[in-house]
Write a protein of this length. Structure first.
Length: 108
């Protein structure tokens, strides 16, 4: 009699284990669609925006500096911007571009 009780208990435990596995898979899937996927989409969009910067664009850096692009150096991955009324020039890295404020006609 003791053996039958143990056998019934182990099959119930096996069913609970599958429920837990399915629950964990649902939580991980939810985290992927709510956190990881939107973050990777945003990162790709930012990389595309930084890759499409052109001379003459008004930009804002991630540090809050506002300026106009006057030169692009492809080999060093830097751009040259001029800021302020005195037209001071600065070299910044491409990854430091926070936004491009110029609206192009061909932009979608």
């Amino acid at each position: 009699m003791n053996l039958n009780v143990l056998t019934g208990a182990s099959s119930a435990t096996g069913g609970n284990m599958w429920t837990i596995i399915i629950l964990y898979a649902a939580v991980i899937g939810g985290l992927y669609f709510l956190v990881i996927r939107p973050q990777s989409k945003k990162k790709k969009k930012e990389e595309k925006m930084r890759g499409n910067v052109q001379i003459g664009d008004d930009i804002t850096t991630i540090g809050g500096i506002v300026g106009r692009v006057v030169g692009i150096k492809e080999d060093a991955d830097t751009i040259v911007i001029e800021t302020g009324t005195d037209r001071a020039k600065m070299r910044i890295k491409r990854w430091a571009i926070g936004s491009i404020d110029t609206i192009h006609e061909d932009a979608e």
